[in-house]
Design a protein. Structure first.
Length: 306
């Protein structure tokens, strides 16, 4: 199986010129796609660049594919998002990867702070399924779209912005729980997952693969992970410290969803484990840009898979 690598570009407490420079750097290191996360008001940042607007700035500066990992569905109505996604696909020359998710506890806090609607817990998965369906219908539909869902209703709706990728840009559903993996399988879209440890992920991956098999669909998987690559014990200690104030290195790794960590040869084996799970794309988010983990990963790990 061919394995691709993507890199997340920073949005917090960083100048936009620096973001563009990093995107160009990551592309030069061999990352085939560039990704943004989606928070509007994260507590740990004093300045935040909005995801979609930032991708529009990256489009003319790079040739890599551009993706969202992942957009919080609560922030934008699906009809508006479909128009935004179709437009970005055109602006980028057909390079968009559209990752969608339910959001997390920090995003619930942001919704409260900004006075935006929070989806009821018991309705979240069903509403998210409709959300993805509406986005896809509008991006792929050549004619008007009628949709009579419980949460979204469309009457002769049309996107009016033909995407360059047909029938639409690739869609990814992000989440680490079985319910979300099931939505991805049932809708026939890609599944992007993350986790605290590889063995934790394996159980949900097995569920997703079996669900796809039952439905006669081909599994399409990507993983989102922080990376920590070090060459010595002292280097490891310093990078563990930068992950945050946790009681142990193990806790730091789990709480920051760092599936890939170790010396280069150890990291190669971890990437092989993900590849053996059928993962075709690894999206890496570097917690420590100044220590150049992502550079070490690109130069000493990625060549084993290219």
């Amino acid at each position: 199986m061919v394995l691709f690598f993507g890199a997340v570009v920073p949005r917090y407490d960083v100048d936009v010129r620096r973001v563009v420079d990093l995107a160009v750097l990551f592309e030069g290191l061999g990352f085939s796609s560039l990704w943004v996360t989606d928070h509007l008001q994260p507590s740990r940042a004093s300045t935040v660049l909005e995801s979609w607007t930032l991708l529009s700035a990256l489009a003319p500066a790079t040739d890599a594919r551009l993706g969202t990992c992942v957009l919080c569905a609560c922030y934008r109505h699906p009809a508006l998002l479909a128009k935004m996604a179709a437009t970005l696909d055109v602006l980028s020359g057909g390079r968009l990867e559209l990752g969608l998710g339910l959001g997390s506890e920090p995003q619930d806090a942001e919704l409260n702070a900004l006075g935006m609607e929070r989806w009821a817990v018991e309705e979240r998965v069903e509403r998210f399924r409709e959300y993805v369906e509406v986005v896809r219908l509008l991006m792929t539909g050549k004619h008007t779209v009628d949709y009579g869902g419980r949460f979204y209703k469309l009457f002769k709706a049309v996107c009016n912005t033909p995407t360059l990728q047909k029938p639409s840009p690739p869609i990814w559903v992000g989440g680490r729980k079985k319910k979300i993996a099931g939505v991805a399988a049932e809708l026939g879209v890609g599944w992007n997952f993350y986790g605290e440890a590889l063995d934790e992920c394996e159980n949900v991956v097995k569920f997703y693969d079996e669900k796809c098999k039952q439905l006669g669909r081909k599994p399409v998987k990507s993983v989102f992970t922080n990376i920590v690559v070090y060459n010595s014990d002292s280097d490891r200690a310093e990078k563990m410290k930068k992950l945050g104030s946790y009681s142990s290195a193990e806790q730091a790794l789990r709480r920051t969803f760092t599936l890939i960590h170790g010396k280069p040869d150890e990291v190669v084996k971890q990437v092989e484990q993900l590849q053996n799970l059928g993962v075709g794309l690894i999206i890496v988010r570097d917690m420590d840009l100044e220590a150049s983990s992502i550079k070490v990963f690109a130069k000493e790990v990625m060549p084993s898979f290219l």
